[in-house]
Each structure stands twice: as structure tokens, then as C-alpha cells.
Design a protein around this ligand. Structure first.
Ligand code: SF4
Length: 324
């Protein structure tokens, strides 16, 4: 399968008065056509920042300071805002937690959809409007023919997020970056929205980067998972393998936070402490102050990702068990 997105040792930094803060540190992974890759971690892990770097919307003074972002084999991290804008509309679709970020309250959803389509696809306004109705129907909006002329505020939160998905897919992008797309929604609606996103992307052959703090969402949706901690990838592999046999203690901790519907258990394992601030990333393995398995070398030597079974993990524990 060909890669739609490829990150090669992507680093992002923020120059500040007190020195330069490294927010992403050599992040590498790829997403193939039709594949859903979940990027998971607590708040501050760098997952949303990775998404923002890909869509070219890093908040200044944040900037890509190293590595490359390749979209269908072409480098996009060195493009200007002006060069990036058409790519963001046509080749990359974005879905954010709050649908109102993506929708203009002053225009009907039909106007916004139709305009996006005529901007990026060779269609007349009336062809694009017909396509907009199809898209709304595909996302499960009832009575799409009438609702197309409604304004964003006339939709419920769940319905509005469906409109945003329609908008993100309108130009038939190759890559969808979805950042916590269901976090603001009721649990019952979350599953429907995720299922819908997955189905539509599969049908269009789009690659999906699904950013979430929720390992449960990843378990149900993604093909592969990238676990991030303090701006680095600490584990990467197929979802099935990572969930059944997590190799990094941080992943084990995140796994413990999947709520079990059947057993009515909310949290099985707690990870004590919190994600370090960018100004105070611990030496060696950044997870060491919170790790139940910390060893002396963890405090001074940083582990790199290495193959462990079918997955890759950055942890000295794996290195010692491999040697043993
Ligand atoms: Fe824990 Fe050490 Fe592994 Fe880091 S390298 S996760 S501190 S065992």
C-alpha cells in the first residue's frame, strides 16, 4: 500500500525568551491510503501539535525545526502559507473537536459545502449543490434536501459534527486529520460518528490520522496506533498487537484508562503524576518520574524506538528483556 502521509523525524520548536523549547522530537510514522492511524497520549504529549504541523497551522512562534512532512511523496513542510492553503482545502481535510471552528455561522451549511466543492473540484454551482446533498445524506443527516439551507446553529452538536465531516470530505482529500472529533459529543453519538468517518474514508480511500486521548476510541477505530509522550513516539504498532501486548509502561497505563462497559470498571490502572511541561522534560526517558519500572539508566540515557515482537517501543525494559 502506498503511503499518503509520511513524517520523517519531524521536530517542532518554540523559541522563547528563556531559550528554545522542543515540542516535537523526531516524530516518524506513515499512513497508507485507506488506513486509520490513531495518535494517542495525554494532553501535552504532542499529538495535536503533530496534526497542526501537518495541516500547516502551527501557532507562531512554533515552527518545524527539523525533519520532513511528505504528502503523496511531496514535501509540504517547507511551503509558504499561500502554497499550503489550497493543499489544506483539497488534499487534506481537517476535523476538530468543536464543529463551530470549521463552520461559519453566517452562511448556510449548503453554501459552505457547495463553495468548498466548486473551489476544489471542476463542477458548476448546481452540480456542487447536488453533490453537497449527497454528502449530507452520506453522513446520515435526515431530510438533507431541506436541511442543506439551514444555518450551523440549527443543528445539534452531533449533527453539526456530521456536517463538518461532510465538509472535510467535500473536496475528496487524500488525508483526513481528525483531532478529538468526538470528545465533545455524547458517548452514544461518539461511536456513530467514528463509524461514519471510518466508512466514508474507506470508501474514498483516504488516509486518516485520528488524534485522541482515548485508547478506547483507538481500539475500536484504528488499524495502527502511535503512542506519544512528551513530544516523542514511545510505541507504535498494529492496534490489535499493542492492545493485547503493550510494550511501553506508558501504553500499559493508557490501556488501563479504557472504560470497560461490561464490568462497570472505569479505571484499572492509574498513571500517577502528569505529563511534564516543555520547560521541564526529564532527562533520559521522559517517562521515568512516573514509571513503575524505572531503572538507573532510565534517568540518564534516552531509549530509542526498537523492534519488540510486532511493535516498536522506546523503553530500556524491552532492551534488557531482549538481551535476557
Ligand atoms: Fe520506564 Fe525506563 Fe522504560 Fe522509561 S525506559 S518507560 S523509565 S522502564
Amino acid at each position: 500500500m502506498s503511503n499518503i502521509l509520511e513524517l520523517r523525524e519531524l521536530s517542532v520548536e518554540f523559541p522563547t525568551r528563556h531559550g528554545t523549547l522542543k515540542a516535537l522530537n523526531e516524530v516518524s510514522f506513515s499512513i497508507a491510503a485507506g488506513e486509520v492511524v490513531g495518535v494517542v497520549g495525554e494532553s501535552g504529549a504532542g499529538k495535536s501539535l503533530t496534526g497542526a504541523a501537518i495541516i500547516g497551522l502551527l501557532e507562531p512562534p512554533g515552527r518545524v525545526s527539523g525533519g520532513q512532512i511528505m504528502l503523496e511523496g511531496k514535501r509540504i513542510d517547507n511551503l509558504t502559507d499561500e502554497q499550503m492553503r489550497p493543499i489544506r482545502g483539497k488534499q487534506i481535510g481537517a476535523i476538530f473537536q468543536d464543529p463551530l471552528t470549521s463552520l461559519n455561522p453566517l452562511y448556510t451549511v449548503g453554501h459552505q459545502l457547495t463553495e468548498t466543492i466548486v473551489t476544489h473540484l471542476p463542477m458548476t454551482w448546481s452540480q456542487a449543490r447536488a453533490r453537497a446533498i449527497e454528502l449530507l445524506e452520506a453522513t446520515g443527516i435526515p431530510a438533507a434536501r431541506e436541511r442543506i439551507d439551514h444555518y450551523p446553529h440549527q443543528f445539534s452538536g452531533g449533527m453539526r459534527q456530521r456536517v463538518v465531516i461532510a465538509l472535510a470530505l467535500a473536496a475528496e482529500p487524500k488525508l483526513i486529520v481528525a483531532d478529538e472529533p468526538t470528545t465533545a459529543l455524547d458517548v452514544s453519538i461518539q461511536a456513530q460518528i467514528i463509524e461514519l468517518l471510518k466508512k466514508l474514508c474507506r470508501e474514498q480511500g483516504a488516509a486518516v490520522m485520528l488524534i485522541t486521548h482515548d485508547m478506547g476510541v483507538i481500539a475500536e477505530t484504528a488499524d495502527r496506533v502511535v503512542v506519544m509522550y512528551a513530544g516523542r513516539v514511545v510505541e507504535i504498532g498494529r492496534v490489535h498487537d499493542v492492545i493485547h501486548s503493550p510494550r511501553h509502561p506508558y501504553t500499559v497505563g493508557l490501556m488501563g484508562s479504557i472504560p470497560s462497559v461490561h464490568e462497570h470498571v472505569e479505571r484499572l490502572v492509574q498513571i500517577d503524576g502528569s505529563m511534564p511541561r516543555l520547560t521541564a522534560i526529564p532527562s533520559g526517558c521522559a517517562f521515568h518520574p512516573r514509571c513503575p519500572h524505572v531503572m538507573p539508566r532510565c534517568k540518564s540515557e534516552r531509549p530509542e524506538l526498537q523492534q519488540v515482537g510486532t511493535t516498536r517501543a522506546a523503553c530500556w525494559l524491552q532492551a534488557s528483556s531482549e538481551v535476557a
